[in-house]
Design a protein around this ligand. Structure first.
Ligand code: GLY
Length: 343
């Protein structure tokens, strides 16, 4: 199945089993003379690198392999990839392939936006989380010491290939990372996603997984079309994320993004949608997404202050009071403190 992200420079997302096998044909048609730079991570590349390289048959390519994990999304690695591209004489007509999860996608996208002021890049997300979120919409970034994604750019890919076979080799923990984000889409826009996850047992081999991915991406692409640069409505994609980013950092990234989003949403539900709290936590527990956290309030709020939805002494938060709908609310940091302390 195919979805189109309808921006000034539109692009397609192909979703399904074995869509990676269309890559070679795509490259021959659109980038016949390009040299390719594959950016990936060591864990993933060991498992699936061969499958990708088969599609690069007859193309000249180099690979830059990062260490798996959020810590690789660093300014240091960004500079190293830039130097690597220059040493290997990449030109503006060449192409970057981001092959991996969110870390690989985010740093590859930012690199592509910077190198020679812009190289084309395509995304091949290999995790559930990156398939339904970071591979689409053009947010690219690396982390700074003060917070996640603080150095970045909006830079859209030329094409996204979501091969659902890659998701089958995810560990349960990282599959559930994606469920955290899928639950978010259900909460903010489409309760059928939440209902399905809550009623069924959604696993890596769940037959309807491609349809859940499609529903999530339909929401995302519409929001990106309406507000590409995240000044307004796109911010609703950040439901639960203000606390989530702080939780990730305070856990030294032991709690990964989707799990932290689940905990961030739990805090928001407890404060703004109390009637639903019990039902919400039941779903989190079903997927091992519920943990007790005890990070110091002031340290959490300090991190929240550099959130990208923060302006002067206020911050936009996303609230859900009815399943499948949400609103943006501007509050001050004292109120944010109260919400965290109420958890
Ligand atoms: N991950 C949220 C967004 O793309 O806006």
């Amino acid at each position: 199945m195919r979805l189109r992200v309808d921006l000034a420079n539109p692009y397609d997302i192909d979703i399904g089993e074995n869509v990676i096998e269309e890559l070679n044909t795509y490259l021959k048609e659109f980038y016949p003379n390009s040299k390719i730079l594959v950016i990936s991570d060591d864990y993933l590349y060991k498992i699936h690198g061969e499958k990708l390289e088969k599609e690069l048959h007859r193309f000249t390519f180099n690979k830059y392999i990062l260490k798996n994990g959020e810590k690789s999304k660093s300014t240091g690695n960004l500079v190293d990839i830039l130097e690597f591209a220059a040493e290997n004489e990449y030109r503006r007509s060449d192409l970057v392939i981001a092959f991996g999860g969110g870390v690989v996608g985010d740093i590859s996208g930012l690199f592509s936006s910077l190198y020679l002021r812009g190289l084309d890049f395509i995304m091949v997300p290999t995790t559930f989380l990156s398939a339904i979120d970071s591979s689409v919409g053009g947010k690219t970034a690396v982390n700074l010491k003060a917070g996640k994604n603080l150095c970045g750019a909006f830079y859209q890919p030329k094409k996204v290939f979501i091969d659902t076979n890659f998701l089958k080799t995810l560990s349960d923990y990282y599959f559930k990372d994606g469920l955290g984000e899928a639950i978010k889409y259900g909460m903010i826009r489409d309760r059928s996603i939440f209902d399905e996850i809550s009623k069924e047992k959604v696993t890596k081999s769940y037959k309807n997984l491609p349809s859940i991915i499609k529903k999530c991406l339909n929401i995302k692409k519409d929001l990106v079309k309406e507000d590409e640069k995240d000044y307004g409505i796109r911010q609703i994609l950040n439901y639960g994320h203000t606390f989530a980013h702080a939780i990730e950092i305070k856990s030294n990234f032991k709690i990964s993004h989707g799990h932290a989003v689940a905990l961030g949403m739990k805090i928001m539900v407890k404060y703004f949608y109390e009637d639903f709290y019990h039902g919400f936590v039941k779903v989190l527990k079903k997927y091992d997404l519920d943990y007790d956290i005890d990070f110091d309030t002031e340290e959490i709020i300090k991190i929240c202050k550099v959130d990208k939805k923060s302006r002067e002494d206020k911050i936009n938060i996303i609230i859900v009071k009815k399943l499948g709908t949400c609103e943006i609310l501007k509050i001050d940091f004292n109120d944010l403190r109260k919400i965290y302390e109420n958890r």
